[in-house]
Every structure is written in C-alpha cells, then in structure tokens.
Ligand binder design. Structure first.
Ligand code: 5GP
Length: 227
C-alpha cells in the first residue's frame, strides 16, 4: 500500500550495520562522518568499563559504567553482544538499538570483531562491513606514526590486527579506508543498496577475500590462508 505521494505506508524496519576494523584503520572517523550525513542512520552508543578519555562525553561516545554495573546488565540479558578488549568490557545493549530499528532507521555498530561475530549469529538482518587499511605497511606506519606506543606495544597491536584481519572473510563487505571521503562515499553506497535490496554488484565489488589478498597480511599469506 502507498500514500498518495507514492511512498510506502508500512515503514520498513531498520537494519544493524556492523563496522569493524583493526585499530589504526580510522574506523571512528569514518563511522561518525557516515552517520552525520544520513538522518536515517543512527550511531549505537555502547557501554564500556574503560575510562573516559578527554573530549569524550558520557552518553554520546559511550555509556561509561563500572564493571559491577556492566556485569549486572550482562547477567540480566541486556546486551546483544559484548566482548573483552584491552582488559576492558564493551557491549551493545538492546536499548541502544531497538527503538531506532523499530522506527525504520538503520543503526551503525562500531565494534570489534568478537562482537561482530555475535551479531552475525544473533541477527540475520545485520550487514557486516570490515574496513581495511590500504596495505599492511600502511597499517604498521599508522600505528608507529601515533608515536604513543613503544616497539613491544606496536608488535602486540600488529599481532592483534593479524587476527582481526583474518575475521574479515566472514563479513559481507570489505572496504579500504585509503582516504576518508571516498571510504564514506563507498559505505553510503552500500547502505543505499542494502535499503533497496539491490546488493549483488556491490557485494561482488567489495568481497572480502580478494580485498584481503591485495593487502597481503604477512601471517595469513604464509599460512596460505583463506583470504
Ligand atoms: P576504544 O576503547 O578505543 O573506544 O575502543 C576499543 C575497541 O572496542 C574498538 O575496536 C571499538 O570498535 C570496540 N568497541 C566499542 N564499542 C563496542 C561494543 O559495544 N562492543 C564491542 N564488541 N566492541 C566495541
């Protein structure tokens, strides 16, 4: 049924759009820019037990909670997914996404890969996008360029990134973040195609396997991995 203006009277439900990436891939910047330009997209505000950083706002960037409160919520079944990352707990509550989805808006979940896997298992309607660095060397250079971590910490982060990149094979799309503007445009194109239900060409263009091969991750390449 349609209105006189030709728009559907029965609104579609929104879908969760999971965006994951190794640290140093610029995921937060890209997600914020994507949401800022599309009123039908909402950012899911996670709960975390990590400390608030300067410039972050409670309720906007995260709900910052003590571990006892996080565990109480987890035991009460309040989370769609949750994970331990860098010794801290992170989770997406149903409350963070359900109202917007029911209202026909799509919700961006900027989360790490363990959480992304849980969403994949629990929400058949979720779309999963993995952001890739342009190359392994670029990722290494970005992590080193921050100048905040010593060699040992950088090696540890690179090892974590290897594992995260291996998970990209299970995602619907892999998009390279070479330049923020073009990456956001490509993501907006994916969202538009998913809304139309016309996804075959973009799923082929952004297939994770070939994209992973192109950036040649050292250990995955050595193991002759699935990429
Ligand atoms: P940060 O502490 O730097 O803000 O985030 C650390 C990692 O936790 C990032 O990879 C971020 O995407 C992820 N993260 C943020 N919120 C959630 C969440 O609700 N669930 C999961 N699984 N990961 C999250």
């Amino acid at each position: 049924m349609t209105s006189r203006a030709g728009t559907p009277l029965v609104a579609r439900a929104g879908f969760p759009l999971v965006v994951a990436a190794p640290s140093g891939t610029g995921k937060t910047t890209v997600c914020r820019a994507l949401v800022a330009r599309d009123p039908q997209l909402v950012f899911s505000v996670s709960h975390t037990t990590r400390r608030q950083r300067p410039g972050e706002q409670d309720g906007r960037d995260y709900h910052f909670v003590p571990e006892t409160e996080f565990r109480r919520m987890k035991d009460a079944g309040a989370f769609l997914e949750w994970a331990v990352y860098n010794d801290h707990l992170y989770g997406t509550s149903f409350a963070a996404i359900d109202a917007a989805l029911a209202d026909g808006r799509d919700v961006v979940l900027e989360i790490e890969v363990q959480g992304a896997r849980q969403v994949r298992e629990r929400r058949a309607d979720a779309r999963l996008v993995f952001l890739l660095p342009p190359s392994w060397q670029a990722l290494e250079a970005r992590l080193r360029g921050r100048g905040t971590d010593g060699d040992e910490e950088i090696t540890r982060r690179l090892r974590v990134a290897e594992g995260e990149l291996a998970a990209a094979c299970d995602f619907d799309y892999a998009v390279v973040n070479d330049e923020v503007e073009s990456c956001v445009r490509e993501l907006a194109g994916i969202v538009a195609a998913e809304r139309r239900g016309d996804v075959a060409s973009l799923r082929a263009r952004f297939a994770p396997g070939p994209a992973l091969e192109r950036i040649s991750v050292p250990r995955i390449a050595r193991a002759g991995g699935r990429g």
